[in-house]
Design a protein around this ligand. Structure first.
Ligand code: G3D
Ligand code: MG
Length: 195
């Protein structure tokens, strides 16, 4: 069964861990990798009826991250890039996260889903990033990834109430499959990352 390493990226506090917990169930215990400062968890799913296994990586302590980026991104074949609609800086920091991911894996060569999280707070707080900005950002990214055979989608989620969490992972899975099918000579075979 193919194993897809997926990274949750985005500023601290945007809801990455909450998204992972929602997707896997709170009782699901992730393993903590002390050397990297990341949690990782495995789960099985299917894409278009084909069984696959996700290895989902999540930063445990944002501060520790600087020295361990490389291991976090190595072998990563897809990412959920999360921002918090109530914290504009988390939206404006997204290019930084993408640059790091693509620097390690090739520009435009990692499927990304842009995730606007905490949509349950829409209308309850003063400053929120309008969804249109998220759409526009994903459209800009797609211009860079379309030569690789896939688009970058935008999705609005709430990890708190569970909106669209499964859909975010499904969308990512579909784009990973498209990306892999677009590698004619040697399809990238994602492998478990050696630490
Ligand atoms: P991180 O892993 O990206 O650092 P967390 O973020 O998953 O730890 O979430 C940070 C805080 O945001 C948590 O609150 C969490 O409950 C909250 N949160 C995550 N997703 C949502 C969401 O969709 N809606 C709302 N309203 N809150 C959310 P605490 O208070 O535990 O720090
Ligand atoms: Mg976290």
């Amino acid at each position: 069964m193919p194993v897809y390493k997926i990274a949750l990226i985005g500023d601290g506090g945007v809801g990455k861990t909450a998204i992972r917990e929602r997707f896997l169930g709170k009782e699901f215990n992730a393993e903590y990798l002390l050397t990297i400062g990341a949690d990782f968890a495995m789960c099985d799913d299917n894409i278009n009826g084909n069984p696959i296994r996700y290895q989902i990586w999540d930063l445990a302590g944002q501060k520790r991250f600087d020295g361990v980026r490389e291991a976090y991104y190595r072998g990563c074949i897809g990412a959920l890039l999360v921002y918090d609609i109530t914290r504009p800086e988390s939206f404006y920091n997204m290019p930084k996260w993408i640059n790091e991911l693509w620097t390690k894996n090739g520009k435009g060569r990692v499927p990304i889903i842009v995730v606007a999280n905490k949509t349950d707070l829409h209308g309850l707080v003063d400053s929120t990033i309008p969804p249109q900005e998220g759409w526009n950002f994903a459209a800009q990214l797609s211009r860079l990834t379309e030569p690789e055979g896939f688009s970058c989608h935008f999705i609005q989620t709430s990890a708190k109430i569970g909106t669209n969490i499964t859909n975010a992972f499904s969308l990512l899975g579909v784009n990973i499959a498209k990306f892999m099918m677009n590698q004619p000579l040697s399809p990238i075979l994602p492998s478990l990352v050696k630490i």
